[in-house]
Design a protein around this ligand. Structure first.
Ligand SMILES: *Cc1c(COP(=O)(O)O)cnc(C)c1O
Length: 359
């Protein structure tokens, strides 16, 4: 059975080299005589895996010492609750920018714990852009300011971060972590579920400034307190050990590719192949405002639903799978995360050109 080019939005393609290495280490890890899955999370072998993963991420993202790196469970969605529970602790209010379904869900969850102020939204144009922020709408007393850096479903991304002054910026980077350089010092907290750019589903990375810890709401469940996880070095309870191991291997792979700057360059090249084609095509059309285009998720449409269906069918037959767009946008979406080789994008564009010539 041959591997396909998997354009899924998540879980998504992983680097083949890492899959093969994990396969080699699957039954016996190093000299431990056992699989990582069978190891105590308090063993020396696992401690080394966890510490190395943390050190590599710190290195890759240039994370300063005044930040904690946590490896948690519950996916990106649990962060939608953990963030307000832990950070809405001074004035019980936060600013949110709604740029898609994930931002909307985050805002709705936060509204269960405090006052949510929607600073801006692009819902009225089906989230085809990052909306302009009018500083007049921002609350200088907000406990934090929340954005989704890359909007997986709609294919938009923030290219310039909002200036939030003393209000800590909180970012969901689930679908773009390690895909482009980011100034972590601009953030109070940044998080990402693993299953788009980092590894298998099950582990969530949280990077949080230490001074923001320790003031969770009284009724916050212990497992949802950042300070508890920080104090226990992500080992308060059994962490998702295999996910952490695998993610660590992905960190090492990104380092071997030349780090985040090199990944970004490669991602820009990959995305440009698709966007350049879309810009000159008379049949295919990108759905996003040019200046806000994502490097990771590229939605596009054909003039009719029949043509969309036909294209997705032909792509599948050619080994280019999971191109169906999100139901709220329709058409196609090509997710081209770090692990998608340039060849996958070239093959997709070649098929699009061929399809256009025949229609
Ligand atoms: C996938 C995704 C999520 C949700 O992640 P889960 O791990 O399924 O909870 C949240 N935010 C963004 C931007 C995503 O792409």
């Amino acid at each position: 059975m041959q591997r396909v080019f998997n354009f899924s939005a998540g879980p998504s393609m992983l680097p083949l080299e890492v899959l093969e290495q994990a396969q080699k280490e699957f039954v016996c890890y190093g000299s431990s005589g056992m699989s990582v899955m069978e190891m105590s999370h308090r063993s020396q072998d696992f401690t080394d895996i966890l510490e190395q993963a943390k050190a590599d991420l710190k290195d890759l993202m240039h994370i300063p010492d005044n930040y904690e790196i946590l490896f948690l469970q519950g996916g990106g969605s649990t962060q939608f609750a953990m963030i307000p529970l832990n950070l809405m602790n001074k004035n019980n209010t936060a600013d949110y920018v709604v740029t898609g379904q994930w931002a909307k869900k985050a805002a709705e969850e936060a509204a269960r714990y405090g006052k949510v102020n929607i600073v801006a939204s692009s819902a009225d144009t089906t989230f085809d852009r990052i909306p302009e922020i009018d500083m007049k709408n921002c609350n200088p007393d907000a406990d934090y300011f929340y954005i989704t850096l890359n909007n997986t479903i709609y294919g938009t991304r923030w290219t310039t971060l909002p200036e939030t002054g003393n209000v800590p910026l909180v970012g969901d980077m689930s679908s773009s972590i390690l895909s482009e350089e980011i100034d972590i010092t601009k953030f109070g907290l940044l998080f990402a579920g693993a299953q788009k750019n980092l590894g298998p589903a099950g582990v969530t990375v949280v990077i949080v400034r230490k001074d923001l810890l320790g003031n969770a709401m009284d009724f916050t469940p212990t497992m949802l307190r950042y300070d508890i996880h920080a104090k226990n070095d992500s080992l308060y309870n059994t962490p998702p050990t295999y996910g952490i191991y695998f993610m660590g291997r992905v960190f090492a792979w990104v380092k071997a590719q030349g780090g985040v700057a090199a990944m970004q360059k490669r991602n820009e090249e990959k995305a440009a192949i698709l966007y350049d084609f879309l810009d000159q095509s008379k049949l295919f059309r990108g759905t996003v405002v040019k200046k806000d285009r994502s490097l990771m998720n590229v939605p596009f449409v054909l003039p009719s639903e029949e043509l969309n269906q036909e294209f997705i069918k032909q792509a599948k037959a050619a080994g280019l799978v999971n191109l169906k767009g999100h139901r709220t946008v329709g058409g196609m979406r090509a997710s081209i995360y770090n692990a998608m080789p340039k060849e996958g994008v070239e093959r997709l564009v070649a098929l699009m050109a061929d399809f256009e010539a025949k229609h």
